[in-house]
Ligand binder design. Structure first.
Ligand code: NAD
Length: 492
């Protein structure tokens, strides 16, 4: 099954700095791979610290460069209009963006389209929200008026991963622009075509020069240069725990606030009274979407013992029907992003077999999938002891574990018993238990009788423990991307 050819309608090896497309400092490039066949898809610029310097300077000029600062002079309403115009242009370009994502990330077409629509939705949401953020007047001493203002941080740095480039740029850059920051964005070296396309769309839609700058390259080169740059006023990082810690250390040297959106080992908890018909699609889809390479993947399925066999049987049946193949074929799963990612997933599957864990269900790779592609059979494992590596560590591939439990207290103990705390799902018809569970789970989001419904553009998102800190998405993100100023006026 050959992947359909992709024509990229722009030069991919350019950096977007101060409204201009230019070669990386030094002119070096890196190859982007199509994970569906392992072939070279395009070349991107291998930026350097000098590119980051130039991008930060361009962002600063956009904010407070006198005549050149078109962005900094806009009112909140005008910023909102620009974001809304970007959203409309994104919608006009959904098919192009989806095609780029299919080949760059290896994401099945319908999932890539959904990501492009979500990007538009973030621009609409933050476009509408830009002029709704208000301060307060504060009761204070006689003869004073005291008030608070929300102001942009200034230049914000955004480091994003390869798994959902469009959605993560939408939520992070969208909210930062709404609050009047100027952004320097570093996409992942594994996949960044839609980020480059988005920068073009922003310029076409009227975003002033320097408000958004994009520097491509290696994480340890341009990512590190951005995180530790003295001209940055805030860093938003989405990625792994290990890199997040490095970013936080680098930013701490400049006393710069950081939002960390990191990994997860999120549970869905199924009680014996749950509506299993309603739960089943969510149980499986939240584990295999984007080949399991989702921070909020429901990689642990906790099932109350009386219904354990029934849930395992029904999930197994669904797993056996799952088909994996080239992203353009738009099957249940595409490939994982890279050879390295496939090796990681294969390591965990070998560990499951070596530990004697039961394989409860496996999908299949279509016979004519290109040999060079990074295909992994989705695999359901269980019953797995809660302390086993497969039930503790983020695999970032299409592997879910089943864990049996007895009663609410044990469900809470197991659910909270990893180093992560991103998302949880609870399936029960008991209203009081719904609320008890929602309060007892240590994580940033709890879904009751659904999981991740609607994509969550409006819902604040982020983790506790090793899943990170700070919140993106929803209105809450606007507080994170602004600083509060208090003003006390003495008027007698
Ligand atoms: P990663 O940490 O390797 O890379 C993420 C980004 O950081 C990339 O742009 C990379 O180039 C950059 N980077 C790498 N080294 C750097 C350094 N030294 N300094 C600064 N930047 C550097 O993560 P990954 O493997 O690409 O992504 C997968 C991880 O991201 C998983 O753990 C997943 O759970 C997490 N993730 C979290 C969320 C969330 O919202 N919580 C969303 C998506 C992915």
């Amino acid at each position: 099954m050959p992947a359909s050819p992709l024509t990229i309608p722009f030069a991919t090896d350019r950096q977007f700095i101060g409204g201009e497309w230019r070669a990386a400092d030094g002119g070096a490039t890196l190859a982007l791979e199509d994970p569906s066949d392992g072939g070279e898809l395009a070349r991107i610029g291998r930026g350097t610290a000098a590119d980051i310097d130039a991008a930060v300077a361009a962002a600063r000029t956009a904010l407070d460069g006198g005549e050149a600062s078109a962005w900094g002079r806009l009112s909140a309403t005008e910023r909102g209009r620009v974001l809304s115009a970007i959203g409309r242009k994104v919608l006009e370009n959904v098919e192009l963006l989806a095609a780029l994502e299919v080949h760059d990330v290896g994401k099945p077409l319908k999932q890539a389209r959904a990501d492009a629509v979500a990007l538009a939705r973030y621009c609409e949401f933050y476009g509408g929200a830009a002029d709704k953020v208000q301060g307060a007047t504060l009761p204070f001493a006689a003869g004073f008026t005291a008030l608070t203002l929300r102001e942009p941080h200034g230049v914000t740095g955004h480091i994003v991963p390869w798994n959902y480039p469009m959605q993560i740029v939408g939520r992070s850059v969208g909210a930062a622009l709404a609050m009047g920051n100027a952004c320097v964005l570093k996409p992942a070296e594994e996949a960044c075509l839609t980020v480059l396309a988005f920068a073009r769309i922003c310029a076409e839609a009227g975003l002033p020069s320097g408000a958004l700058n994009v520097v491509t390259g290696l994480g340890e080169e341009v990512g590190a240069a951005l995180a530790g740059h003295g001209g940055i006023d805030h860093v938003s990082f989405t990625g792994s725990v290990a890199t997040g810690a490095l970013v936080q250390i680098a930013a701490a040297r400049n006393a710069v606030p950081v939002t960390l959106e990191l990994g997860g080992k999120s549970p869905q908890i199924v009680f014996a009274d749950a509506d299993l018909d309603a739960a089943l699609p969510f149980l499986v889809n939240a584990g295999i979407q984007n080949a399991g390479q989702t921070c909020s993947a429901a990689s642990r399925i906790l099932v109350e013992r009386p219904v354990f066999d029934a849930v395992r049987a029904r999930m197994s049946e669904r797993y056996r029907a799952l088909r994996v193949g080239p992203a353009a074929a738009d099957l249940d799963l595409g490939p994982v992003i890279s050879r390295r990612q496939k090796e990681i997933v294969d390591h965990f599957l070998a560990l499951a077999r070596d530990s004697g864990l039961a394989i409860a269900g496996e999908g299949s790779v279509v016979g004519d999938a290109p040999k060079g592609g990074y295909y992994v059979r989705p695999t359901l494992v269980g019953d797995v002891p809660p302390e086993h590596s497969l039930a503790q560590d983020e695999i970032f591939g299409p592997v879910q574990v089943l864990i049996a439990f007895d009663g609410e207290a044990e469900a809470i103990r197991i659910a909270n018993g990893t180093r992560y705390g991103l998302v949880a799902g609870v399936w029960t018809r008991d209203g009081a238990r719904q609320m008890r569970m929602a309060r007892a789970l240590r994580c940033g989001q709890v879904f009751i009788n659904n999981y991740g419904a609607g994509g969550g553009i409006e819902l604040p998102f982020g983790g506790v423990k090793h899943s990170g800190h700070g919140r993106e998405k929803g209105f809450e993100a606007l507080y994170g991307f602004s600083a509060l100023k208090t003003i006390a006026i003495h008027h007698g």
